[in-house]
Design a protein around this ligand. Structure first.
Ligand code: ATP
Length: 241
């Protein structure tokens, strides 16, 4: 595995008006890896992803993607460079069919044959979407909408996938299914993944490396194997001492 960071945040500070959401975050996503960001509600996890995808302008610091500085770039340019964001709450188009949602994910592409092949590939990862391809996306269950949101992000052929709380609101069985596919996407497609999660156990079992956030700051970072052995992490994030 190459030890080059594909994405590097250095001293990022981002605010919503007077509210400082992240306070000097430095974080590396190595090419080919899954990196998770853990933390309680309001710790700043979502704001990190929004800063990378260009939705939130940082006040300070740099975001480097493949060695190029991209902080404050327009969100559609960030997608074109190869970073796709699956936001919390999914934000699919409820009044479009499943298939049309996938096509919307490929809006930056002109290679229509390959787009069709990638829709097939998405259906192979998520067979239920093939069955429901003509249904309105708003009629899908929560888990199916999450599958569609991930598939739609993949339609841009990203090198980096930003996943915000993919397990939110899903049954334990579906959570397992989604995380198994996240692992497959990383292993089979080589996509590097930054995974924000409140389900610390699943995230630590899935990712290679993890950052723990408290009130906008990184308080600990290590391999997930080491984090799972840490008394502090076991007590506060895994529910046993
Ligand atoms: P959650 O899991 O609840 O989404 P999080 O770790 O992702 O939490 P963020 O959503 O990044 O945290 O929020 C970080 C801080 O920024 C919090 O204090 C939050 O209240 C604040 N914040 C987030 N979004 C906004 C917004 N749109 N306007 C004002 N403050 C915000």
């Amino acid at each position: 595995m190459s030890a080059q960071p594909i994405l590097r945040l250095a001293n990022i500070e981002s605010c919503y008006g007077p509210i400082t959401a992240i306070r000097g975050i430095t974080l590396d996503l190595m090419r080919g890896q899954i990196v998770t960001v853990l933390g309680a509600n309001g710790a700043g996890k979502t704001s990190i992803l929004k800063t990378i995808s260009g939705v939130l302008d940082p006040l300070k610091g740099t975001v480097e993607f493949e060695g190029r500085k991209i902080q404050s770039m327009e969100p559609d340019k960030v997608v074109r460079l190869g970073i796709s964001h699956v936001p919390e709450g999914r934000e699919i188009f409820p009044f479009l069919s499943v298939r049309d949602n996938l096509k919307m994910g490929a809006y930056i592409r002109t290679d229509q044959h390959e787009v069709a092949a990638d829709i097939e590939k998405a259906f192979n990862y998520f067979p239920v979407l093939r069955e429901r391809q003509d249904q309105l996306a708003g009629q899908l269950s929560g888990g199916q909408q999450q599958m569609l949101a991930i598939s739609r992000a993949l339609m841009a052929r990203p090198k980096v996938l930003l996943l915000d709380e993919p397990s939110l609101g899903l049954s334990p069985l579906l959570v397992k299914e989604i995380f198994a596919i996240i692992r497959r996407l990383n292993a089979e497609e080589g996509v590097s993944i930054l995974l924000v999660e409140q389900n610390a156990r699943m995230a630590l079992e899935t990712a290679h490396y993890g950052y723990v956030l408290e009130v906008g700051r990184v308080v600990k970072h290590d391999t997930c194997a080491n984090l799972m052995q840490s008394d502090q992490i076991r007590e506060f994030y895994l529910g046993h001492g």
